[in-house]
Design a protein around this ligand. Sequence first.
Ligand code: ARG
Length: 463
Amino acid sequence: MTNKKNNKAVWNTRIKKKTSSLFQRIGSSLAIDKQLYKEDIVGSKAHVEMLFKQKIISFKIKNKIIYGLDKIEKEIKNNKFIFKNEYEDIHMSIEKRLHEIIGEEAGYLHIARSRNDQVITDFKLWMKVSTIKINDEIDKLIKSIIKLAEKNIDTIMPGFTHLKNAQAVSFAHYLMAYIEMFNRDKIRYNNNLDFLNENPLGVGALTGTSFNIDREFTTKKLKFKKPTNNSIDTVSDRDFVLDFLYSSSVCSMHISRIAEELIIWNSDGFNLINLSDQVVTGSSIMPQKKNPDLLEFLRGKTGQSYGDLFSMLTILKGLPMSYFKDLQDDKKLVFSSYDNIINSLKILNEVITNLSPNKKNMLTLAEKGYILATDLADYLTKNHSISFREAYDLTATIVNYAEKNQKNLNELTLDELKKFDSNFNKEVLKIFNLKNSINSKKSFGGTAFSNIKKMIVKYKKIL
Ligand code: ARG
């Protein structure tokens, strides 16, 4: 191949006309997949090492190629590499540059390889590292939540169902619920590693190769766990992309639910938490405003994650085997979801670190809405030899009475209670205490302070 020829597309002998310039511009994935340059070079190096070991290329050629690839890596790192859109993607760009540096022998690099297996090898390598980076970020967030929970074990607030006061809880228990969500996200991301650890390299365009290659060798070199089983499936499969986008969508959905909850608690109607000035913004016209913009941003960003997932699902629907250009967009979607989730996790961490509960308001709100009614029904079931349904009815009658007389349950006298059931004695009055209520929920996973402390210890050990 002459140097003049190197400036043209590799298929130039077969395809006589230049590709449509519009398509060349918008069909090029280079602007996106140049992010994969390191993985592309690592993959190529493993590939030529294998070709040499299998006696498919000589020692000299192998070394020349590796020398060129190392040089290219440095050029890209130091912003010296000229990315040309006519080379379509990072794989072509590196191969062409290699030819410029070492000449004809660059042509040996693509023996027993296609861009179809090359691109997913690069992509899987990138996704393995990125998955671990996301989980590190989740760990940091969990640590911040634990810190806040530790300080708030005995901070009492109303737990809600339907956003109506339901039963008393510890604020720390609420926070520990968020940790469960993020812990599941971590496990979900980790589970994706199984498929990411299957090595695609060596399946070629779609059928494998007649060269005597060693896929176990590249598997080890690139720290995969095993080679993929079927060459056609390998170049067609983007399930691992869906897994990543789904995991990111679920994580993003968790972030959005928490963001919405914190927005509600920060509203003037609830006023249960304070956000520091670092995580609010002002208004251009209303001088008094402190708006929870960061949380709103997080809530909204879920749309982007879902969009990425739905785009990929739609690209794959009805797509026959094996490689099609449709698949090229997979990287744009994954990179977008990755940036989104990493930034969202970092922002939420900042919000949590700069958040304090408004303990007085939490307590005041917990005293409204008869949130100890279930405790009374439980007490009656345990101590008055009646069924839970009977106790529920009796409690509802007492709540109706209290509401009509504008009293809280703890403001009812024993004499008043006795009108509903003569068996009442002064023991019942202990029931009308928020802290006692919380601490009575000792069942595994319940909100009792002792349970929360144990959970905090458990998570601290895991991290
Ligand atoms: N840039 C392409 C992509 O990202 C690489 C694979 C191209 N393969 C092909 N036969 N056109 O999907």
